[in-house]
Write a protein that binds this ligand. Structure first.
Ligand SMILES: *[C@@H]1O[C@H](CO)[C@@H](O)[C@H](O)[C@H]1NC(C)=O
Ligand SMILES: *[C@@H]1O[C@H](CO)[C@@H](O)[C@H](O)[C@H]1NC(C)=O
Ligand SMILES: *[C@@H]1O[C@H](CO)[C@@H](O)[C@H](O)[C@H]1NC(C)=O
Length: 569
């Protein structure tokens, strides 16, 4: 176990009651205004307890990012040589200077902090509003989300001592606010819309996809084998948030109807963190969670699948468990080879520094050999959900260059872009090297269309796509039809897991971080290029799908046979 000597004991009780106001405070982060939908109720009571987090400067995060690209780029001498937990730790641990500076500052202020990540670069401590205001020259105030009534204590700006500059990346929660959608709609969730409840299901599910999308249709559409995977070390993980529980009875009836060739007792293993649970009460069955397990277990035939239920006792504040689950998996000796997540939100709900902290955690897990996939969002160019806007809203965390963002398609013959498929360009992260050629080819085609509404220098997303319209799901005993990029991420993740099964059987490394492979000539040629449809929003037609990469369907949808060849099988 990795421990960090940052737990500072309070020896002199007098010292604990006081704190020392640093001179030399330097502004560290600020936001111009209160986010839409929130109002200030004025300064928070001085004795309100705050659970603050500190992100410490890491030893060599640029080196880790470079190593990630080396181990993930086909043809590189290091390709497939994923790092161990200890090797990643050496890059991600705080610098000695950061540990010393933060440690002595905590100690001077009678504070003790606890490491919340395996590398010890993410620390938590408790304080009060009065002390936090003094420590950070902040004005912690109570903000209320008008629609939900949810309250949050935040500050619009804070400073840190000059001695911590370069050593402390951020203090959190401060300038990032909770995601309002977390309460208003079923939350951080990329929404799944129930198109028609109580649908009559044809048990002889059509392979043709004519009346609905089922596993048989997806297998036919993408040439995905129905034979069972063989490798027990291969793991496909599905994350669950916001009290979305995967229901075993729903899974059983789904398999009976749509995968009668699989044992209907096939189920998921469970892991929990942050107080997550596994309610099997039918009324607690979440559509998102049911969709995600049914379209992994039902498509990735025989791949051991784990549902990771993240509770609401977040250690990462407004990241609402997104960082916690990555830290949880970084603590494992053998993390899953694939992780799919169908939740997201708009990028502008996060501070840049917080987005960067999460993105660097993805780089760590990618270096361990995990493919991290997220649904791109369901609001077209207007963000994670349909909304009014004047400039396009990129989604989070799809802007991070160290994960794979999955958009959605609809229809077959031809498969076209789903109009809700979120895509665009990040305002926080620049285009990674693996994407520059694909992105400039697209921007050339776009010309001046939508000029000024998006950031041409940002990382483009999504990277790939899969079908996301009219999927049959069993939820709380009833068949429902579901739309969304939420459908696409588990399907693409299942394809990756089946490729990994064959790679592992052949004594090769799993694919790990996918993008350098996907954007390579061999990778992109193994995807079905989607060239029609668009993702309207913000009173525009959005972006149009086009030959090659586009910010609606990425490089395209999977062709299993071609992918097998492309990965060298
Ligand atoms: C950071 O890591 C890279 C990649 O391993 C290495 O080449 C470089 O020397 C490291 N830099 C420092 C300052 O340790
Ligand atoms: C749902 O299905 C039941 C049984 O077939 C039927 O009686 C009922 O009318 C249906 N409800 C709706 C809203 O279609
Ligand atoms: C555009 O994106 C880049 C990242 O490539 C970022 O540094 C810059 O601040 C963004 N511009 C705006 C106006 O958000």
């Amino acid at each position: 176990m990795v421990t960090v000597a940052l737990i500072v004991a309070c020896f002199v009780s007098l010292a604990c009651a006081q704190f020392h106001v640093a001179r030399n405070l330097r502004l560290h982060e600020r936001r111009d205004d209160v986010p839409d939908g929130f109002s200030s109720k004025g300064p928070s009571p001085a004795d309100t307890v705050l659970r603050l987090r500190l992100a410490l400067a890491q030893t060599n995060i640029t080196g880790l990012q470079n190593v990630l690209l080396d181990v993930s780029t086909p043809g590189s001498a290091q390709y497939g040589q994923h790092l161990s937990k200890d090797e990643v730790y050496e890059f991600a641990k705080p610098t000695a200077e950061a540990s010393a500076a933060v440690n002595s500052w905590l100690s001077e202020n009678g504070l003790s902090a606890t490491p919340l990540s395996p590398a010890g670069d993410w620390l938590g401590f408790e304080t009060t509003v009065a002390q936090a205001n003094a420590l950070f020259d902040a004005e912690f105030s109570t903000f209320v989300h008008d629609e939900s009534g949810q309250e949050a204590v935040r500050t619009l700006a804070y400073s840190i001592p000059a001695t911590l500059k370069g050593h402390l990346d951020l203090v959190h929660p401060t300038v990032t606010f909770p995601n309002p959608r977390r309460v208003a709609l079923p939350i951080v969730s990329t929404p799944v819309s129930i198109v028609s409840g109580n649908t009559t299901i044809d048990a002889t599910a059509p392979a043709s996809c004519n009346s609905a999308v089922t596993p048989a249709c997806i297998q036919e559409l993408y040439g995905i084998p129905t034979t069972l995977a063989t490798q027990s070390s291969n793991q496909l993980a599905v994350s669950g948030f916001i009290d979305q529980f995967a229901n075993s009875a729903d899974l059983t009836s789904f398999l009976k109807q749509f995968r009668p060739d699989l044992q209907s007792s096939t189920t998921f293993k469970l892991q929990t963190l942050d107080g997550g649970s596994n309610s099997q009460t039918p009324s607690n069955a979440g559509v998102e969670a049911d969709l995600d397990v049914q379209y992994t277990i039902g498509v990735a035939s025989g791949v051991p699948t784990t549902f990771i239920s993240v509770g609401n006792n977040f250690q990462d504040g407004d990241l609402e468990g997104f960082l916690d689950i990555i830290n949880f998996l970084l603590g494992e000796t053998n993390p899953p080879q694939v992780l799919t997540t169908s939740y997201g939100q708009n990028e502008n709900t996060m501070s840049r520094s917080l987005a960067n902290t999460l993105c660097n955690a993805f780089a760590q897990l990618g270096a361990r050999g995990t493919s991290i996939l997220f649904a791109s969002g369901d609001g077209g160019v207007s963000g994670s959900q349909s909304a009014s806007c004047t400039t396009f809203e990129p989604t989070f965390p799809s802007g991070c260059p160290f994960m794979t963002s999955v958009g959605a398609t609809q229809n077959v013959n031809p498969e076209i872009a789903a109009s809700f498929s979120s895509g665009g360009f990040s305002n926080y992260f620049g285009a990674p090297s693996y994407q520059t050629a694909a992105k400039s080819a697209y921007l050339t085609k776009v010309g001046s269309t939508n000029a000024g509404k998006f950031n041409t220098s940002g990382r483009g997303f999504p990277d790939v796509a899969a079908i996301g319209h009219d999927l049959r799901v069993i939820n709380a005993g009833s068949a429902v039809s579901v739309d969304g990029t939420s459908c696409a991420s588990p399907i693409f993740a299942s394809v990756v897991s089946l490729l990994n099964d064959r790679l592992i059987a052949a004594g090769k490394s799993p694919l790990g971080f996918l993008n350098p492979f996907l954007y390579s000539a061999a990778g992109s040629a193994a995807l079905n290029d989607i060239t029609s449809g668009s993702n309207p929003g913000c009173s525009t037609n959005g972006f149009a799908a086009a030959a090659g990469w586009d910010p609606v369907t990425g490089l395209g949808t999977p062709n299993f046979a071609k992918l097998l060849t492309a990965v060298g099988l």
